[in-house]
Design a protein around this ligand. Sequence first.
Ligand SMILES: Nc1ncnc2c1ncn2[C@@H]1O[C@H](COP(=O)(O)OP(=O)(O)OP(=O)(O)O)[C@@H](O)[C@H]1O
Ligand SMILES: [Mg+2]
Length: 250
Amino acid sequence: MSVQLEAIALCGGYGEIQILKQVSVALKTGQVTAFVGSNGAGKTTLMKLLAGLLPASQGQILLGGRSVSALAPPARLALGLSLVPEGRMVFPDLTVADTLRIGAYLPQARSGWKDRAEHMYELFPRLKERRNSLAGFLSGGEQQMLALARGLMSNPSVLLLDEPTLGLAPTIVDELFEILARIRDTGVTIGLVEQNIHAALNLSDYAYVMEDGKVALSGPSDELLDSPAVRAAYMGVEEEIPVQESGVRL
Ligand SMILES: Nc1ncnc2c1ncn2[C@@H]1O[C@H](COP(=O)(O)OP(=O)(O)OP(=O)(O)O)[C@@H](O)[C@H]1O
Ligand SMILES: [Mg+2]
């Protein structure tokens, strides 16, 4: 299976402050790759470097085998890399329909935007019901769905999601995970930063556990799910892990 997005020995951070230390990750085509780990581990920083929002001080980023390390975020987006950042940053005064339209601002996405918007309404029926509502009046879960749909309007090959379920009610979280599985099934390569480690490992094919700006552990998600070390460190030692019945995996 080919690799769609790859970071090789990536270093970077905020000005003088180096956060990422030699991070190497690979997102395989059509798979979900999860990034988990404690607060402050560097997950958001990694997403920002991958998308070009922060400069890398060392290392390489390859998209579809091509180096994009020197490209600004719009150029990476034009090549198919879309980041839905932490926090639901939708414009409160734009309607759902207008938000989707501006998500397709790239020249190559513009012409087919109406068809794509209809596809988004199939994927997110809640957004269809609210297509003429202002984004500011949507619930938190609906705003997150809108941010996701907007990220998909550029027709990306890679969708990076930073904590899409943060602060949402459990039923909405389940709904979002099901939608992510459907997006993956359309062939989009997904990079998912997620606090909910159990759900993230259930959905994903491969996962990276980050600690202190480094990859502490990585492997196929089902192996990490069974790993006593992961369970002890990140899922609570004696806690019974509830079996997820929402069918997120298939
Ligand atoms: N703008 C900034 N300037 C300086 N340091 C920052 C900045 N943003 C984050 N950091 C630091 O970078 C480190 C990694 O933060 P990052 O946000 O990438 O972690 P994270 O894994 O996404 O955490 P969380 O789970 O809380 O979202 C932390 O030590 C944090 O304090
Ligand atoms: Mg973060």
